[in-house]
Write a protein that binds this ligand. Structure first.
Ligand SMILES: Nc1ncnc2c1ncn2[C@@H]1O[C@H](COP(=O)(O)OP(=O)(O)OP(=O)(O)O)[C@@H](O)[C@H]1O
Ligand SMILES: [Mg+2]
Length: 431
């Protein structure tokens, strides 16, 4: 089959890499893709957020399946435009993706359907007085979230009431996150450890991928500001089989049933971010697509044929796929540009990728790279995600191999965390 894949990050590179292993995939087109994906498929410079442009591309190429990687095209209704045109699409409708792009909606949805999550209340700009009163009376710390999409930056955990009130003002007046902050979700702080669980679904039947954990903070020991993710590993041992079963029964199934019952069946990848405390999981957030960098560890250990699974989700035949299975363990270390998550330079020449990949089971996923003349250069904050797999499920070994591969790669200002996987295998993993 021919597949059109939308997106250009490390997540999309990992999806492309996995799709390419499928004997059923004869042609892969990436719009726009990235330099790392050029050996896997054809790259076309089409903006994935532009519904008309994407539908036009679909008409020209007539692919059997369109896979939407990032959240922005989903929130922009690209999946709806494609389905209206007759395409088979992996990715939820705009209405179903609202679980991600409108946190206020998402919280209300969870409340309607009895899905465990932090207690919360949402306020629009005109309710500022009520919001201030709610914040003032709230125990500390208190969590404030811009309701809309804010590229992973829209959440503030305020330790004092003064900080919470100042944050509230900046969110509601649009100065902090623009339109994304015009509605604010104020919620209870949850203690515990986070994990990510992904379900692939046709709206009715679903399968779950290996549970994973990512590392959001920029510095070792989980210090410094939040980032898009500095590394990940899977499976995450904190999500025991029993806990996974309860996440399926208490969270995933009522979510899929609720979405279907409300007339917005959810098709694609449902990302459930959970907080685990005393063996119980509550929802931190939903995302409407695969996570980055979790995808870079989850897909390499998936034993199913991803193209077949995605097509089944798009066509409503997930029941025939049966359970999804994973085998082994994987770790991914992100190499970032000096200054990230603040401002950083671009255009630094990258060397050593071939050496990194020639080592046992090293896979280098591109997240922020570009070609300049004939050289590969940095073009983003997170530049590369270096993944290693251990087939026997030895996570410590996967971590060690990932760091060996990372050490082959260099560019001006490159940095990475040295403790990826510490929660599962102990700190200081650099060999
Ligand atoms: N109620 C809460 N209690 C404790 N920590 C929380 C809570 N809500 C959010 N957080 C922390 O803030 C982070 C970001 O929150 P959330 O996942 O809702 O935002 P996001 O911007 O949608 O993130 P992403 O970029 O992963 O989609 C969480 O991963 C978690 O560490
Ligand atoms: Mg989110």
């Amino acid at each position: 089959m021919t597949i059109l894949l939308l997106g250009s990050g490390g997540r999309e590179h990992a999806i492309a890499w996995k799709l390419r292993q499928s004997p059923t995939v004869t042609r892969l087109i990436c719009a726009p893709g990235n330099p790392g994906m050029a050996t896997l498929g054809q790259l076309l410079p089409v903006n994935p957020d532009d519904a008309n442009g994407v539908v036009e591309l679909w008409r020209q190429l007539a692919p059997d399946l369109v896979v939407i990687g990032p959240e922005a095209p989903l929130a922009a209704g690209v999946s709806d435009a494609l389905r209206d045109a007759g395409a088979a699409v992996f990715g939820p409708s705009k209405a179903a993706a609202r679980l991600e792009w409108d946190k206020s909606f998402s919280k209300n949805f969870m409340e309607r359907h009895g899905i465990p999550s932090a207690a919360s209340q949402s306020f629009a700009a005109e309710q500022i007085d009520a919001a201030r009163n709610y914040v003032a009376a709230h125990p500390l710390p208190v969590v404030l979230k811009a309701s809309g999409l804010a590229a992973g930056k829209g959440v503030v955990i305020a330790q004092t009431t003064e900080e919470a009130l100042a944050t509230l003002d900046q969110m509601l007046d649009g100065s902090a996150f623009g339109a994304a902050g015009e509605t604010v979700v104020i919620e209870e702080f949850m203690q515990g450890e986070e994990a990510s669980v992904f379900a692939i679904t046709d709206g009715k039947h679903y399968g779950v991928l290996a549970p994973s954990q990512d590392h959001k903070r920029v510095g070792d020991g989980d210090t410094g500001p939040n980032t898009g993710g500095m590394g990940a590993y899977a499976p995450a041992p904190i999500v025991t089989p029993e806990l996974m079963q309860s996440i399926c029964q208490q969270i995933i199934e009522p979510t899929l049933r609720g979405m279907a019952a409300e007339g917005t069946p959810y098709i694609g990848c449902l990302y459930v971010g959970v907080m685990i405390h005393n063996g119980v999981a509550r929802v931190v957030e939903f995302n409407s697509r695969f996570g980055d960098p979790e995808t870079q560890v989850i897909l390499p250990i998936l034993t199913n044929d991803l193209a077949t699974v995605m097509l089944a989700a798009a066509n409503g035949t997930m029941e025939q796929v049966g359970e999804l299975a994973s085998e082994g363990a994987a770790a991914c270390v992100v190499i970032a540009s000096e200054g990230y998550p603040g401002s950083y330079p671009k255009g630094k020449e990258i060397t050593g990728i071939e050496q990194a990949e020639s080592r046992e089971e090293g896979i280098v996923f591109h997240a922020g790279t570009a070609m300049r003349d004939a050289a590969l250069v940095t073009n983003g904050g997170r530049v590369l995600g270096v993944t290693a797999i251990n087939q026997q499920g030895n996570l410590a070994d996967a971590v060690r191999h990932a760091y060996h591969a990372v050490e082959q790669i260099s560019f001006d200002g490159a940095f990475y965390r040295s403790d990826i996987g510490h929660r599962a295998v102990g700190g200081g993993n650099r060999a």
